[in-house]
Design a protein around this ligand. Structure first.
Ligand code: GDD
Length: 315
């Protein structure tokens, strides 16, 4: 079994590579010339290929060479605030990259299964009586990033219907754990606490909107879900990957602070507020559970402790 992971050097990519290797899957991953290798340096048996997904030639050459049985398409501009500053780049990167993969698979007539990393951000504005959110909920995206994920998902559907490509979009709710990029809220707060503990920063933590509610799953549960999505999911169907629980960002911060012996002041940084924020994301993962048997296993407290310890070892 040969798998191709786009964006292997990223947070989810590195965890997925570890998981696939533990199942004796041959793993090839795409990197770019500026990719950071910290998360994958220890994975000696992974084959790395430099590929610019926006370049159709680069993608077709890669896919013709690897001939994967499975593609996990994770590479994306995935930070919501960046998508307001660079909307065109976000749409181009996320949408064109995926079209190039689909086109290469179609033209080479490959029989492979493709998971595409879509997002709960696609739901965007959610009415109070719509939670927990099912896959049948309307999509009301609130950022260019979210729109790019809706486009990715609809392209998946279209290539499935038009050409029979075996595409499974996973609508993953927030996920975190060791190696989470420091821009994202869980990792950002954990890193600030670790820096304060190490005496590298005064005991003040800078925050944005603490009232938003998010449904967090451990990345190690998420990569298991991606594997199962391709093993057992029905092509053309979208699946929520979620924990089925949610908390406010304030509650998540309080949990992190409870792991530290220090008194830390909380201060709002207006720069961290967004033009519009998704108020609540709470997912219903029963459709995916019925299809695959998956359920999250790692408790949130454990995930957050592991994340804080990850930063304590690094600051
Ligand atoms: N990043 C960040 N930094 N977010 C903050 C901060 C802060 O200092 N303070 C509060 N927040 C709030 C944000 O306003 C948002 O409501 C929430 O914390 C989560 O922010 P992020 O961690 O940046 O994630 P996200 O919810 O915008 O998007 C993530 O989850 C999506 C799935 O729902 C990303 O991983 C996306 O790529 C993913 O698709």
């Amino acid at each position: 079994m040969r798998a191709l992971i786009t964006g292997i050097s990223g947070f989810v990519g590195s965890h997925l590579a570890e998981y696939l290797l533990s199942r004796n899957v041959e793993v090839t991953g795409t990197i770019r010339h500026r990719s950071r290798m910290d998360h994958i340096r220890h994975l000696k048996s992974v084959q790395l290929v430099e590929c610019e997904l926006r370049d159709p030639f680069s993608v077709e050459t890669l896919i013709a060479k690897v001939k994967p049985d499975l593609i996990f398409h994770l590479a994306a501009q995935s930070f919501v605030p960046t998508s307001w500053n660079s909307p065109v780049d976000t749409i181009h990167n996320n949408v064109a990259g995926q079209v190039n993969i689909f086109e290469a698979v179609r033209r080479l007539n490959l029989d492979c299964k493709i998971q595409i990393a879509c997002s709960s951000e696609e739901y965007g504005h959610v009415e109070p009586d719509e939670v927990p959110i099912k896959e049948s909920n309307p999509l009301r995206p609130l950022s260019p990033y979210a729109v790019s994920k809706v486009a990715q998902e609809y392209l998946g559907y279209q290539y499935y219907k038009s050409y029979g490509l075996h595409v499974i979009p996973t609508r993953t709710f927030n996920h975190t754990g060791p190696r989470r990029g420091e821009n994202f809220v869980t990792s950002n707060f954990a890193k600030q606490i670790a820096e304060i503990e190490a005496g590298k920063k005064p005991p003040v933590i800078m925050v944005g909107n603490l009232t938003a509610k998010r449904d967090f799953t451990d990345v190690r549960d998420v990569v298991r879900a991606y594997w199962l999505a391709l093993e057992k999911g029905v092509p053309g169907e979208s699946y929520n990957i979620a924990s089925g629980k949610c908390c406010t960002i304030q509650e998540m911060l309080d949990l992190l602070l409870s792991f530290s012996p220090l008194e830390i002041e909380i201060k709002e940084d207006p720069e961290r507020l967004r033009p519009s924020d998704v108020e609540i994301l709470l997912g219903d993962y029963s459709k995916f559970h019925q299809a695959t048997g998956w359920k999250p296993e790692i408790p949130f407290k454990q995930t957050m402790e592991d994340l804080l310890n990850y930063w304590r070892e690094r600051v």
